[in-house]
Design a binder for this molecule. Structure first.
Ligand SMILES: [Zn+2]
Length: 128
């Protein structure tokens, strides 16, 4: 793994939240004093995607670090109010029927599903 890729991975791991490519670039500047070119950032994120180290959250166009060693499928909750992310591994017995359908040859490629709503904190805030 190149130094850039390692740093991008370490960054997503320590921040422990979903980040856009441009948030990654800004944080690389701040944390490592590295000027990452957008193309280099996308290449690094693409590499981490292929390594199953990050998920690409398509609905918000951000990247989320995952420990891809043990689990194959993730359920990702995205708070529409504060953008907090929660991620939970889904067992294959639950994930498989969602990914395949008898009678369809469709090949799914994402390793996660994204669900939007409100996190606990935002639910608890009284609406005035
Ligand atoms: Zn929230």
């Amino acid at each position: 793994m190149t130094k850039n890729r390692k740093q991008v991975m370490a960054l997503l791991q320590t921040k422990n939240t979903a980040m856009s490519a441009y948030e990654v670039i800004a944080a690389m500047q701040q944390e490592y004093d590295v000027n990452l070119h957008p193309m280099a950032a996308y290449r690094a994120l693409d590499f981490l995607l292929q390594m199953h180290c990050v998920l690409h959250l398509r609905t918000i166009n951000k990247f989320l670090y995952i420990d891809g060693q043990q689990h194959c499928f993730w359920q990702v909750f995205i708070c529409d109010n504060c953008r907090q992310i929660e991620k939970y591994p889904l067992p294959a017995t639950i994930a498989r029927p969602m990914l395949q359908h008898t009678g369809s040859a469709f090949q799914t490629k994402d390793l996660h599903i994204e669900l939007h709503g409100l996190c606990k904190n935002c639910c608890d805030v009284p609406h005035t």
